[in-house]
Design a protein around this ligand. Structure first.
Ligand code: 2AL
Length: 246
């Protein structure tokens, strides 16, 4: 990698504070030749904590993918732990698109035989379970834990949510026999490095993992396959508010 390249990191919710946290975590691991373009949709949901939120957020993700592609970014990261709109985004994108849940799960399996997940609300545990099934990582995941605080508690400046994540990771390490822990929210991206040092086991943040995966794929000259189902969407009439996605 010699040329400068831009990786677009999309926070699928509309929280600017969380977009900043995610962007900073991405920049902390990016290669010197990588520029991180951290963005979020202009309209959508303030945080993503359920199936409805994911459905609403997905159009904003696709709009950002289209904008990033037009700006010539080399790849995209979807920085929400439900990986909302991942396959649709791959159809629209030219470069690689990596979701933070899939990135973190993949990396965790490379440093431990079993991992645990620490996420936000109990209802988001179901979303993570579905992803484990979809990606084939069920056998690798020992347990899922919820800190029982909403996503935006990670941005309130009190440190309460961060302490709950820390306690959740300690509990997961002690109870589950897992060799690694996956942080189950984009808003936890800034916690991985310190927790890894404190707990002495790999604590995997999907934002950093996804940025390094995009860099690796680009360096290897590998991009989203346009042979088969991930080919660009079939051109057809899109009406009303969706016209601009064509
Ligand atoms: C998330 C996430 O990463 N961002 C968001 O808004 N909701 N997912 C989660 N499980 O907390």
């Amino acid at each position: 990698m010699t040329d400068r390249q831009i990786i677009q990191v999309i926070n699928p919710n509309t929280s600017l504070a969380m977009t900043e946290t995610i962007g900073a975590a991405a920049r902390a691991v990016a290669a010197p030749t990588t520029e991180i373009l951290a963005v979020c949709p202009s309209a959508g949901v303030a945080s993503i904590e359920g199936h409805f939120d994911e459905a609403v957020a997905t159009i904003g993700v696709l709009e950002q993918i289209k904008a990033g592609r037009e700006q010539g970014v080399c790849g995209h990261v979807i920085a929400c732990f439900g990986d909302p709109g991942l396959l649709a985004a791959r159809e629209l994108a030219q470069g690689p698109v990596i979701g933070i849940a899939e990135a973190a799960m993949h990396m965790a399996t490379m440093v431990a035989t079993r991992f645990s997940i620490v996420t936000t609300l109990p209802r988001t545990v179901v979303i993570a379970r579905h992803l484990l099934q979809q990606y084939g990582f069920e056998r690798h995941c020992a347990a899922l834990h919820a800190i029982d605080l909403p996503v935006l508690a990670l941005q309130d400046g009190s440190g309460v949510a961060q302490e709950k994540v820390r306690q959740g990771c300690i509990r997961a390490k002690q109870q589950d026999g897992s060799g690694a822990i996956v942080l189950g929210c984009g808003g936890m991206a800034n916690l991985a490095r310190e927790l890894t040092q404190e707990l002495g086991i790999p604590i995997v943040d999907g934002v950093g993992a996804a940025v390094k995966m995009v860099e690796s794929l680009v360096a290897l000259g590998l991009s989203t396959s346009k042979h088969g189902d991930l080919d660009y969407p079939v051109r057809k009439t899109l009406t009303g508010q969706f016209k601009h996605l064509n």
